[in-house]
Write a protein that binds this ligand. Structure first.
Ligand SMILES: [Zn+2]
Length: 386
């Protein structure tokens, strides 16, 4: 667990989130174990835990005695302590799910619609959110988080072309989402939301340094560094889809030629009009070079494959990645394979989007799930949760 608490006074809300995350990743766990993991005193952790118990975010259980002496009480997340809605708008449809505090999907909805306009998407979302909330009428609703294809804030790439949401520029997305639902609202690129969902509820238990390759309609990804999603100066780090791989290759809506996602993405698969197997055979060398590039850039423990692709396609990619070109990751004695399939499954984006809301509400201002400080201003035009 790489996240550490801070003993400075202003860090209290931050510590609250760090403690909650430690329980989420390692629970059931004891106060002493948490203190050791996050670098705070047992007393500080106990104070925070008491507060989180009073607010019903954590529950404490006394284990069955195994030998002499009273066993310590262990803490775990109270799944019913709060709920958040995750929304994912893609060029092929709108997905939404109600997620409980332990990250489990209480219910999910899907609406197929190609290239939804903001008006159409918000109408669908406006119907989906109350429908989902009805599944837990007594539940405490913490907020709603929304994920969209990135990158954000780049004129030539954002909301341009078939792998993005065309016509969504200059829309006050977060404000409209808050108005529509009456809940605190949060916004993120889908590649970062997926990486966050994976970190919290998937392979985060096993790895803390990895690149999450997001295979969506387009291709994106994010580096998870010390258990946090690395976002760069403007929140778009890891946007691998527009790395040029074929000089003079296919024209890309971004203005360049030969961008990776022109060859390797669900959009590329759709354009190829071939079976999954035949298509993958033709692009496998490009995929393998992409993995090698990622490895040489980030030196990750592994590369995690996830996103909207079918489980069979992700499995096929992982299988084909057994004989990769040389890179700094081709070290002897490594334990993890160089490429693994995500554990978070199809709901990773929605769980990550919902987690934004949970974090933002539980520790506003210090609730950032990401490295880097500036990006919120860029996404929203102002501080997200002052
Ligand atoms: Zn491009």
């Amino acid at each position: 667990m790489a996240l550490r608490g801070t003993n400075q006074e202003f860090g209290r809300p931050y510590n609250r989130r760090i403690v909650l995350e430690s329980v989420r990743l390692h629970g059931p766990t004891t106060r002493g174990e948490i203190a050791e993991r996050v670098g705070l005193t047992v007393q500080t952790v106990s104070t925070i835990v008491r507060e989180l118990e009073e607010q019903k975010y954590l529950v404490s259980l006394r284990e069955e005695p195994k030998g002499r002496g009273l066993p310590p009480s262990t803490l775990r997340i109270n799944p019913d302590g709060g709920f958040a809605v995750g929304v994912h708008v893609t060029p092929i449809g709108v997905n939404a799910a109600l997620i409980d505090l332990s990250g489990d999907v209480v219910g999910s909805l899907h609406h197929t619609i190609a290239n939804a306009s903001p008006a159409a998407a918000f109408e669908i979302i406006g119907e989906m959110v109350p429908e989902l909330i009805k599944r837990k009428p007594e539940g405490r609703m913490l907020g709603v988080g929304m994920a969209l294809p990135g990158p954000f804030g780049v004129e030539s790439m954002s909301f341009v072309g078939p792998t993005t949401m065309t016509g969504w520029e200059n829309v006050a997305i977060r404000e409209r989402l808050a108005e529509l639902t009456g809940l605190p609202a949060f916004l993120e690129t889908d590649m970062a939301a997926a990486a966050l969902g994976e970190q919290l509820y998937g392979l985060g238990k096993r790895f803390s340094e990895y690149y999450y390759l997001y295979f969506g309609v387009g291709l994106g990804g994010a580096m998870v560094h010390e258990g946090r999603v690395m976002r760069g100066a403007w929140g778009n780090a890891g946007e691998i889809g527009h790395i040029p791989v074929v000089p003079g290759g296919e024209a890309c809506p971004c203005g360049n030629r030969g961008c990776l996602e022109r060859y390797f993405s669900l959009d590329a698969l759709r354009r190829a009009k071939a079976s999954e197997a035949d298509w993958f055979k033709s692009v496998a060398p490009i995929f393998r070079n992409a993995i090698t590039t990622i490895e040489n850039l980030f030196d990750p423990e592994t590369v995690v494959l996830g996103g909207l692709a079918s489980a069979s396609l992700l499995d096929r990619m992982a299988r084909e990645a057994t004989d990769l070109p040389n890179s700094i990751s081709a070290r002897r004695g490594r334990e993890a394979p160089r490429v693994v399939v995500a554990h978070g499954g199809e709901h990773s984006v929605l769980r990550g989007a919902a987690a934004l809301a949970v974090s933002g509400v539980l520790s506003p201002r210090f609730g950032r799930m990401f490295t880097g400080e500036r990006e919120r201003d860029i996404l929203d035009g102002k501080e997200i949760a002052a």
